[in-house]
Design a protein around this ligand. Structure first.
Ligand code: OGA
Ligand code: MN
Length: 298
């Protein structure tokens, strides 16, 4: 290396030694001993990227990172998406969406009932999310678990006729489909403004998507945002979706995450759906989410 090259070279941080330990679950792995407050070098990043593709959900334990570090780590995987509910974005860091049941001075500080129906984040966008990183800030003593279900396992275990019947179908997704349905008591969602509504026009995606990095196929419909299957009569579409939704969350595809303080979860929205179970309303829960943009599903 010449003297000039040596000056220009960006010093790579040393590799960290960390463990990828598969969860006792249908998918997912814990990442132990990795410090996300330090920029990952290319080798460590490649290991994390690989683990994410293989396991679908990564549970990074014991993280102590700032919003800037959370954003920086997320950005390694792609562009970040800014949530349509601007009132719940972290001040100064719109890439961070606050999910919380906490009310301060009469105002909710975050979306209180995010994930009340099974869903894949931002499936209602032309470019849905590749993955989300949800970082625990304040956890309730009781409840607040998050469920995840593998849509690849769900697809692979469908009866062959059903698999064939849906493989070339497309379905519409809309943010507003169940926006105002209240299932967690006491939480009222803010009314969407005209500008917000314009940001979330309905989109159409294949019912079965091929993972752009692994090639594995998975179901890509969900009870939160999918309104109907194109080209079917309304009752047929409703019946087929009900069948797919019931199958997609069967217990054998599900992992239940019980949050530990300082957990950061990174899941693959192209392969999994997830569901918030909620917590008693007198207990405080606050989470920070970044959302990485993915490809148009095919
Ligand atoms: C999300 C979400 C569920 C939860 O962050 O996208 O759906 O349990 N969260 O907070
Ligand atoms: Mn979600």
């Amino acid at each position: 290396m010449s003297a000039v090259e040596a000056l220009l070279a960006v010093p790579e941080s040393p590799s960290q030694s960390f463990e990828v330990r598969p969860l006792d679950a249908p998918f997912g792995a814990e990442i132990l001993g990795l410090d996300l407050s330090r920029p990952l070098n290319a080798e460590d990043f490649a290991s994390v990227h690989h683990a994410h593709l293989v396991h679908g959900l990564l549970v990074f334990r014991d993280q102590h990172i700032t919003p800037e570090q959370h954003i920086a780590f997320s950005r390694r995987f792609g562009e970040l998406q800014i949530h349509v509910l601007k009132q719940f974005l972290l001040a100064g860091h719109p890439e961070v969406f606050i999910i919380s049941n906490i009310v301060e001075n009469g105002q909710p500080i975050g979306l209180g009932d995010a994930g009340k129906f099974w869903h894949s984040d931002l499936s209602y966008k032309e470019l849905p999310s590749l993955g989300s990183m949800l970082y625990a800030q304040e956890l309730p003593e009781e409840g607040g678990d998050t469920l995840f279900a593998s849509q690849q396992q769900a697809f692979e275990t469908l009866p062959a006729e059903l698999r064939q019947a849906i493989e070339s179908k497309h379905a519409a997704h809309s943010y507003t489909a169940r926006y105002a349905d209240e299932v967690f008591t006491g939480i009222h969602r803010p009314t969407l403004t005209a500008a917000q509504l314009a940001e979330v026009k309905a989109v159409v995606h294949p019912v079965v998507r091929t993972h752009p990095e692994t090639g594995r196929k998975g179901l890509f419909v969900n009870e939160n945002f999918t309104t109907h299957i194109e080209g079917l009569a309304e009752d047929e579409s409703r019946a087929l979706l009900a069948e797919l939704f019931a199958h997609s969350a069967r217990p054998e595809f599900v992992y239940r995450h019980k949050w530990q303080p300082h957990d950061l979860l990174f899941w693959d929205n192209r392969a999994l759906i997830h569901l918030a179970t909620g917590c008693p309303s007198h207990l405080r829960r606050r989470m920070h989410r970044t959302t990485i943009q993915g490809d148009a599903p095919f």
